[in-house]
Design a protein around this ligand. Sequence first.
Ligand code: NAD
Length: 468
Amino acid sequence: MLINGNKIAGDDLFEVKNPYNGDVVDTVPIAHLQDVDLAIESAVKAKKAIAEMSAFKVSNKLYEVYEKLKENKKELAKLLTLEVGKPIKESLVELDRSIETLKLSAEEAKRIYGETVPLDAGINGKGFFAFTQKVPLGVVGAITPFNYPLNLSIHKLAPAIAAKNTVVIKPPLDAPLTIMKFAELVDEVFPAGVINTVSGYGTEVGDALVTSPDVDKISFTGSVATGLSIANRAGMKKVTLELGGNDPLVVLDDANVDEAVLGVMRGAYLNAGQVCMGVKRVIVDNSIADEFAEKLVKQTSKLKIGNPLDESTDVGPLIHESAAIMVEEAVSNAIKDGAEVLCGAQRDGTFYKPTVLDNVTSDMDLVVNETFGPIAPIIRVNSVDEAIKEANNTDYGLNAGVYTESFRNGLRCANEIEAGTVFVNKQPTFRTDNMPFGGFKNSGTGKEGIKYAVEEMTKSKLIGLNLR
Ligand code: NAD
């Protein structure tokens, strides 16, 4: 762990295992409450050092971290593949996006503005000059999930630092290595204590961050269940929750079918389906559903499953065998309830074969819950109205995609689907790191995307001058 610029070992060690073959990749300490206390104390102490830096200096230092990450790109991508099991080509994309996220944060560090406020618009405000300043929150506790551990962590710590906060990060215990190595790069550039890492169990380490009176904000990405429990325990802290998704990809009768099939290919099987904004429901107009299903099965069957370090591998293992078993059970139950297997539906250890299911209905657990696996469940509908109703028939509201050649239908679906992002003619799994990102309904509260995350890492203070 990294606490106050020192690498700290622990008495208890956790073995981080490669999901592909079970080999131990490395070990990390299992932090306990005293370690979390030390990390928070170090972050509290470092507030002064970063507060005294100019925005110019903070920005330049973030650029230095950006350069360091570029230099370490290949090594960290390999480590990411070893701990998460995602294909190396996807890990390289995560690294490229992490580099971009850092650059956006370095740019944004120079754009933290307040505004002048016309107090004389109030009945008693004549003769004042007033303005707001965006001031740092203090200590940010960042808690992140296993599936995109590096970029999702950088989406928190880089905006936090850009806004002159200090950070304690709790990485996922299954995949902590890449973030912990990256934190060392940040620590080489910033004063000791600006960034601290504590590896450990969520219920102990995460909970200690959430309930500490010295932590001013929790920025969490993970499941709805954990997010809800954090919301209940965080008290008066600012909280950003980026939670699970059950994203629909809607294919209307006038869609370009080949493009829509490509959208599913890019959205349902990425990272073996373990993506918050992955395609989890494929809602297709009945009139083109047969053609769509046939083309989707043809493309799905071409995917290469195997060793994630092999550059030609398309689909790797899931994070654990238990995760693959959960997907297997959800698919088996859907089949019992009437879903038809068009391809896949086989598990081998941690691997689950990319699967297309037809005649799925919205009451099946597979699509009621967030199924974190490489599954494309086709739900057939008969009209645009029904497609919108079906898309909204979920407790989640992260992203959505709609395929149609009709401007009118595209805009109507975009307006009426309840989700934080709706793309027309693009899969919901598309994201650029500058765009506002965050779900409706149970998918969370608050926004990320660098400009928006920086905003959420500050508080607004009004200063008024009585000029009379
Ligand atoms: P998870 O909720 O199990 O764990 C996320 C993090 O929370 C981990 O670091 C974990 O140790 C920690 N944690 C667990 N219990 C805790 C507690 N009681 N208090 C504080 N922290 C605790 O999620 P996961 O399985 O790692 O990730 C998958 C989930 O994350 C999916 O639901 C996925 O959709 C979601 N996700 C959302 C986004 C988004 O941006 N909306 C992005 C990626 C993943």
